[in-house]
Design a protein around this ligand. Sequence first.
Ligand SMILES: O=C(O)CCC(=O)C(=O)O
Ligand SMILES: [Fe+2]
Length: 276
Amino acid sequence: MLIPRFEADVAAATVVEGLMEFGCVIIEELADRVLCDRVGAEMETWIAQTAYGADSFTGRATRRTGALLARSQSSVGMIAHPLVMSVVEQVLGCDGAQFQLHLTQAITIGPGGPAQELHRDHWCFNFHKFPVGLDVEVSTIWALNDFTIENGATRVVPSSHRTEGMPYTNADTVQAVMPRGSIVMYLGSTVHGGGENRSDVARTGINVDYSLAWLRQEENQYLSVPLEVAATLPEPVQRLMGYALGAYALGYIDDARDPIVLLRPSEGSTQSFAVS
Ligand SMILES: O=C(O)CCC(=O)C(=O)O
Ligand SMILES: [Fe+2]
């Protein structure tokens, strides 16, 4: 089985169809060379300073460097890419649900790093058994260097998103081999894992996940990104970070105000919902 592949000018609805049917899709070269170069350069020293993972899941030869919005100004171009936003909105935003940024990190698998254990990203919610077919999370990984079989391209099990537990082995996986600037998108329910890096150079992916806004974020955006940095970001990105109501009454501040007023005080602070 293969991962459906699209070119960068694909319509969002086509990507959504592929994602819903196969649980994973690749969009080739969605980020241009300039964006990849900038994000790579802005993250370089942060990645170099990051400790390796402490266990086999996070990877003892793997560095996970988070807080992209605080550390890489250009990462917004990936995190809030219009095509990705549109796809995520159609997958998670049905019935008017809000979605939010769940985590941001550069994942650098060093030479010799073994394949990560297969998993479903929505297991982060304490292994809660979401009903099959309820999508609560969409995960993405942008290739900052070419993803190859040898350097540990992400392994995905196509069509695993409508199953439960772990009825798969590495033999069932397909690697998201893709050129630099491409993105692999998969559902929180899709079985996948980082690949083994048998090459002699590191493999870096920019992992950005999104979740329903009534769930807890994996990476706490309020504390990972200083308020003064958050205040400089475009309003849709601020809202994506969680400076927004997650539902009718979720996430308000003090007198039922929308938290966006903390970052945009000049824009007024009208009560955002009626408390009866
Ligand atoms: O690095 C990768 O390719 C995948 C990592 C991953 O799936 C995870 O850490 O949840
Ligand atoms: Fe994962």
